[in-house]
Ligand binder design. Structure first.
Ligand code: 26Q
Length: 811
């Protein structure tokens, strides 16, 4: 063991001081919170580096089969607490920090979030990296080192405003720049064919520089890697000489190269068809492919056995151009015959779909692809030609079938369908919950499933219990440790044993004390960020996720207004005090989502100030939802709102984090809610509303939202109040468009059809909350049933059924 860590268990204080003095360059006696955060991080980083080097050496020696996880997004959040947890140094570091009269939590709060993602898909990638490292799978995450991550959300006058997120401004202790790892990435130009050989004469080029982030495994020495690419001017491009004397032009030329990795596209579920986005996709895929091919050729004489040694996973279609890129490398650069290359390609790739909504499926205009990636377009055309020949032989004469399958959409402007490219180029395609995977093969991918039924499978999502229980909820983690031992962190099924404890009065008391303390912590966050004081004795009713019409935050608001009116009508009834908590970001161009945020604030402003209401009802919106905010919200929730229109939410993962932390779910029969219900039991969840086939049937039979408005006086009164300016007296017409979209615009997500059932389910919630011991029993049953939603289970399934990778052991 190296010298610098030998005395750590007893001397982290000294190590922290040494880092303050030598690494950070400050007097330990004068250290600020940020200085301490950096010094503790350096202490952890030192140890992780050693494990990292060792892990890489073992994997090289073993010529291990590796997983390469390609994702445009990784929502990592903060690293310090997770790193300390993995090193089992949390208590030791806390003692060291105490010598500076500080609390570790306050120090850790000074690390900015690495918010290199939009939402569920990006956070799933981060949970997966944690599980891959923990399970000891040889694994690499690849993505983009965005200079600016997800925008910071501020609220001004009730409206969302977006600010840049310069998370790298002060540098980060968690990245390792790899100065020697740089690859060229080419763009544009044309293709020449000479003697059957294709030559891509590109017109542009950038360099991709590697920056590594550590991904520590838990309960193992293994440290995995997230390699992020930054775009810079190519090595041969001499900016100085480029335009001597015209400093401005030289600097703007530099920006042209670097803008590729400048900023994350802050869109969720609606793709932005912009050239820069296509360049980002190809940029990181091309760099990652060169890197994995170099690694392969360092260990093997040729690429013929590539598929035996690497499994490449596409996190949605965003990296799908990788299929064409691998074909280009094999055929154009390594002279492999097309048919061999294609076999290899299909054996190497696998693809996860995260959405059913047709508008969210990525397509690129053929003209744009021709302009940016001319050789790839040719390759896609050839893949398509051979694929359609194969399909035509299965159903001779069925041109409609072929048109639906084609990689090229021919309606209107011709477009490349990236999902089709991903399916054709992969050996496995999965959805992210049982329902979603079933719907994929029944709806948008039905034609492909007819050709290749065995290609389609399900991998229900999961979340890492290290971050979402051990780290976010130290109170509950401590109680679990006392009750079950510490093994649940790596074997979440052990939570099952809590079932035996759910009616135990002593255990219930401890469990409720933990929940209460977490609610106090959440109430402080609410007061700090909104100025609103809420009572931890009220029921904390939580809906936190991206703001999107299909997720139906507006249905939640309808219930809030219903409740407000009902309290006013019956002030002396026995109302269960509630705090309705919202958080989430709207895409900056998504007008109705932004209007919903404004409405939540306007409704809160009226209700929270109404002296007739008091603590019976409060409405708050916590700004700037992200991983670190979520780590405070999840443990403090009593009720988890998962109320998307059935058939629209692919899985959800917030639903898992909330239930794992002891919240009861009120939700529709959608996504992973269905499997949560199966695992926690029907009695421990509030499921309401139309089911997927009913949604479909109602749509087909001619849904008339106005019928519900006319039939339900309470609903009418709620909608009239909102539309009539009852919550926006300064601008009475502000919410007319929102209400009109329900009454006259077809109410696409069927809020009005589910309203009555939702109000009924909320009444059941109240009834149970009035009996604290029973509520507590149900909450414990939820925690007990959530073991299966560990991302370790999910990754274990991917590893065995899709990737065929296994942990390596040291030689
Ligand atoms: C695509 C092209 C251009 C710009 C943006 C995009 C883009 C970016 C992000 C499209 C979609 C996304 C994100 C999708 C997403 O987060 N989906 C969620 O994935 C979770 C993990 O599987 C599921 O739990 C959620 O149900 C699903 O909504």
């Amino acid at each position: 063991m190296p010298l610098n860590t030998k005395h750590l268990p007893t001397e982290s204080g000294a190590l922290i001081d040494a880092h303050l003095l030598h690494t950070i360059g400050v007097d330990p006696a004068q250290a600020s919170h940020s200085d301490l955060m950096l010094a503790v991080s350096q202490m952890a980083r030192t140890q992780l580096s050693e494990r990292w080097v060792e892990t890489q050496a073992v994997e090289r020696q073993n010529k291990a089969r590796r997983v390469v996880y390609l994702s445009m997004e990784f929502l990592m959040g903060r690293t310090l607490s997770n790193a300390l947890g993995a090193l089992e140094l949390t208590e030791e570091a806390a003692r060291g920090v105490k010598q500076h009269a500080q609390q570790l939590e306050d120090i850790a709060d000074h690390e900015p979030d690495a918010a290199l993602g939009n939402g569920g898909l990006g956070r799933l990638a981060a949970c997966f990296l944690d599980s891959m490292a923990t399970l000891g799978l040889p694994s690499w995450g690849y993505g983009i080192r965005y200079e600016y991550g997800m925008f910071a959300q501020h609220i001004a006058g009730g409206s969302q405003q977006e600010y840049p997120d310069p998370w790298l401004l002060d540098g980060t202790p968690w990245e390792f720049p790899r100065a020697d790892i740089t690859y060229p990435v080419r763009f544009g130009g044309w293709v020449e064919h000479v003697d059957g050989q294709a030559f891509w004469r590109n017109s542009g080029e950038v360099a991709a520089k590697a920056y590594d982030m550590v991904v520590p495994g838990h309960g193992t020495q293994k440290v995995s890697t997230l390699r992020l690419w930054k775009a810079v001017a190519p090595a041969h491009f001499d900016l100085g000489a480029f335009n001597t004397g015209d400093y401005h032009r030289a600097a703007s030329a530099k920006n042209e190269f670097e803008n590729i990795s400048w900023v994350l596209y802050p869109n969720d579920s609606t793709p932005a068809g912009r050239e820069l986005r296509l360049k980002q996709e190809y940029f990181f895929v091309a760099a990652s492919m060169q890197d994995l091919i170099k690694r392969h050729l360092d260990e093997h004489p040729s690429l013929v056995n590539l598929a035996e040694h690497v499994a490449i996973h596409l996190n949605d279609t965003h990296p799908a151009i990788g299929v064409a890129e691998l074909m280009r490398i094999l055929c154009d650069e390594h002279d492999m015959p097309w048919a061999d290359a294609w076999k290899l390609c299909c054996a190497t790739f696998s693809y996860t779909n995260h959405t059913l909504m047709p508008e969210a499926l990525e397509t690129w205009p053929v003209s744009l692809m021709q302009h940016v990636l001319p050789r790839h377009l040719e390759i896609i055309f050839r893949i398509n030609k051979e694929f359609l020949e194969f399909a035509a032989a299965k159903r001779p004469g069925d041109d409609q079938f072929l048109a639906r399958l084609s990689l090229i959409g021919e309606q209107g402007e011709r477009r490349v369908r990236m999902a089709h490219l991903s399916i054709v180029g992969s050996h496995k395609v999965n959805g992210v919950s049982a329902l979603h995977s079933d719907l994929l093969v029944e709806t948008i991918f039905a034609d492909f499933a007819a050709l290749w039924p065995e290609r389609f499978t399900n991998m229900t999502n999961g979340v890492t219990p290290r971050r979402w229980l051990a780290q976010a909820n130290p109170g509950l983690a401590g109680l679990l440790d006392q009750t079950l031992g510490k093994g649940w962190r790596l074997d979440l099924d052990q939570l099952q044993q809590l079932k035996a404890k759910k009616a135990d009065a002593t255990f219930q008391q401890s469990f409720m004390a933990v929940k209460r303390a977490n609610k106090v912590r959440l109430a402080k966050l609410i007061e700090h960020t909104t100025g609103i004081v809420v009572s931890p004795d009220s029921l904390f009713d939580v809906q936190v996720k991206r703001i999107h019409e299909y997720k139906r935050q507006l249905l939640n608001v309808l219930h809030v207004v219903w409740r407000y009116q009902a309290i006013l009508a019956e002030p002396h009834a026995h109302w269960v005090p509630r705090t309705v908590i919202f958080a989430g970001k709207a895409a900056s161009s998504y007008v109705s989502a932004k209007s919903i945020i404004h409405l939540i604030h306007d409704v809160g402003n009226i209700i929270n100030r109404d002296p007739r209401i008091g603590d019976k009802l409060k409405v708050v919106f916590i700004p700037n939802y992200g991983v670190s905010v979520a780590e405070v919200i999840m443990p403090g929730a009593d009720l988890s709102e998962q109320i998307s229109t059935a058939g629209t939410e692919a899985s959800g993962t917030g639903n898992m984090k909330l239930a794992l932390n002891g919240a009861l779910t009120i939700g529709t029969d959608d996504g992973a809610n269905i499997e949560i219900r199966q695992n926690v039991g029907d009695d421990n969840i509030f499921i309401f509303g139309l089911k997927t086939p009913e949604v479909k049937a109602l749509r087909h039979s001619g849904y008339q939202p106005m019928r519900y408005y006319e039939k339900l006086p309470a609903l009418k009164s709620v909608l009239d109040a909102i539309a009539g300016g009852g919550f926006s007296p300064d601008e009475p017409g502000r919410y007319r468009p929102l209400v009109d979209s329900l009454l006259w615009g077809g109410d696409h997500y069927m809020l009005l059809a589910d309203f009555e059932a939702y109000i009924g389910a909320q009444a059941k919630v109240d009834a149970l909350y009035r009996k604290p011991a029973q509520w507590c029993e149900h909450a414990i049953a939820n925690v007990a049933g959530m073991g299966v939603f560990s991302s370790d289970r999910t990754i274990g399934e991917y590893a065995r059924q899709i990737w065929h990778v296994a942990p390596v052991s040291r030689r």
